[in-house]
Ligand binder design. Structure first.
Ligand SMILES: [Zn+2]
Ligand SMILES: [Zn+2]
Length: 99
């Protein structure tokens, strides 16, 4: 058994929040901690993808939302790797949109 390291294991996949079509960030175009606009290849609608990196275990969690405004909820996201909250805890940009 001489398996080469699987590069595909680092590819993040996420579903379209409108139609459920699964996309891969195979080119790693998504910036960490910044909502990124993504166009669904299946239904043609834009949605927002947020990549957060856990500061406890460095695990990556991808959150999708219908729009960047709704993506602010992701500040409450829990790490899917270790289950601990607190991602982006130092960012308060979303408070401006709360009102
Ligand atoms: Zn779609
Ligand atoms: Zn974690």
């Amino acid at each position: 058994m001489n398996e080469p390291p699987s590069e595909s294991s680092s590819v993040l996949s996420f579903p379209c929040p409108r139609c459920g079509h699964v996309h891969d960030d195979e080119y790693e175009v998504i910036d960490a901690a910044r909502p990124t606009d993504w166009r669904c290849a299946a239904c043609g609608n834009m949605f927002s993808v947020l990549l957060t990196e856990c500061w406890h275990c460095a695990g990556e969690t991808l959150t999708v939302a219908l729009s960047e405004t709704e993506q602010c909820i992701a500040s409450d996201v829990s790490c899917r790797n270790c289950g601990r909250p607190g991602l982006r805890s130092e960012q308060t940009d979303c408070e401006e949109l709360a009102g």
